[in-house]
Design a protein around this ligand. Sequence first.
Ligand code: F6R
Length: 264
Amino acid sequence: MEVVVLQNPAHVGRFVADLVVDLVERRPDAVLGLATGSSPIPTYRELIHRHRDGIEFQRTTTFLLDEYVGLASSHPASYRRFIDDELTDHLDIDASNVHGPAGDTNEPHGEAERYERAIAAAGGIDLQLLGIGADGHVGFNEPMSSLSSRTRIKTLTNQTRSDNARFFDGQLNDVPRHVITQGIGTILDARHCILIATGPAKADPVARSVEGPLQARCPASALQLHRHATIVLDEDAASRLEFISYYKEAFAGRDISVAPSGDR
Ligand code: F6R
């Protein structure tokens, strides 16, 4: 794991945008895996700026991590709507290359299988952006998810539903109970995983994921198994890491380099 600790969320956004742009410049047809939620927003704003400065995303393909079961893509709190509003509508990506699980399907199990096949048919994900939940989830793989799970239906914990009520005007009862999410095994298949975490609420799950034991109780700890995972943190999210001075020293001395993304 490469652990990169930066001053604040704006620095995190610029750093991660650099990695995305570097990949897209080297491989214009890159397949990007996108997270929703607050953590990647500074990165998405930065990517929109880079596009205005001339970076093209025309040939990229994107796949969302997850979607709420029961929400149509037009629903204001759907993840498809979120990514369109926060990123893809502002880039030159063809809408037909922006993929997410269909939340409003009558066949959510079949949709999860179809989505898994669609990712494979695109050649797999070159660079997967991830956030982390307060309970250590990645995608919507809640604690005790199988570490080799594939895209499927999951039931959200009460903690995640209440954390996400802010996207539903604070109405907990409006937050769906079920989601279609890429599995942990699906996520680990990405050629480069970048986990973004900022703010003090992420300090505990980050410490458990990076330095705790590898265990289903903390799904993001599965990234310890990945051959190319980059954990990009602000000072607050890094504040409970035992080896923080080592990570900083290694990064400053370039003992670790952030290796190129998505090498096939
Ligand atoms: C979103 C997702 C979730 C979020 C996580 C953190 O697509 O899969 O794992 O990344 O819940 O959310 P924020 O960034 O809002 O704290």
